[in-house]
Design a binder for this molecule. Sequence first.
Ligand code: IPM
Ligand code: MN
Length: 377
Amino acid sequence: MKEAGYSVAVYPGDGTGPEVVREGEKVLEALAEGAAAPWHLTDFPGGGQYYLKTGREWEPEAEAAAKDADAILLGAVGWPGATLPNGDLAGRALVLGLREGLDLYANVRPCKLYPGVRHQISGVYTQVWSPKDVDMVIVRENTEDLYTPVRGRLTRAHETEVAIDTRVVTRKGSERVVRFAFELACARGRGAPQDGKRRVTCVDKSNVLEGCRFFRETFDRVGAEFPDVERDYAYVDAFTQWLVRNPERYDVVVATNMMGDIITDLAAVLQGGMGFASGGNVGADHAMFEPVHGSAPKHAGKNQVNPFATFLAVEQMLRWLGERHHDPRLVRQADRLERAVARVLADGSARTYDQGGSVSTSAAGDRVAEAIRTEGR
Ligand code: IPM
Ligand code: MN
């Protein structure tokens, strides 16, 4: 247990990032009420808009804080026209840079449909899947694969002739993320909604790609250490259908970085859309938590986006901190926050536009803060 409390470095970032992070901070305040908060938050500016203003993605003290903090909370980065001289996204340092720099090797994306939330298949708010059918976690490798910064262009006479991205799949990178996925299946314990079986599904393209064959070999070798967890396999193309047709089959899913990036956005549709998709970027010594929806420029400044992904990111953060430091206070706060979120979603009193409602971002935050304060009353 830490005396001074856990330090959380907060990077609200671009666009709607600051709007949802503000609500995340609001629910943290509500959780702490009446007692000294076991955490302290410090906000730092940074991202694409900051880059347009200052020529820097963030300040040296913001970067140093990320390394020193017990946990990191990120809003979103990316802004139209904010590009680094080399063509990269301005704000990259805060997301891809921290994933690389702090070695946040597992990108953990829960996909759970809460009662009262409508999934977004075909863009209409129908309740085809019942919440009990959608409860999985996708674990995406977060440091290598096509994201490895080994890429470039061959330019001759100022004209690009070839552009190359290198796909790197390593033993270390695969082993640790696969182990993470199997350990998570054990810790969750409840198994897949369909049959209660603990299952890890390896999503890859090992019928074609060498890196995927290697990833699957590693999956088999590491998975053999977990006899209570079923090993399951899916080629990524087929997986996209099965995920939508039969989500109740999935418990934990593991994939390489690029495929994981794609399938997690697809999975978000099953949980009500990107407005509910949170992600933890977890390493051995550091972790960063974020809503996955991005800066959503067209909604920025309108106080209308869905802040629930941020609440769920905060919940993931508290749980990770609590488990890592063996501090039951934080785990209890995470449980309290999840109960408040579930209660507000179930009563439908905080539906933002993406759920067919008209509740604002800040009013949705007020509702969850109130549900925390009045719990049990
Ligand atoms: C995500 C995002 C990022 C990624 C972008 C913002 C670089 O899409 O976290 O899924 O590609 O990983
Ligand atoms: Mn993505």
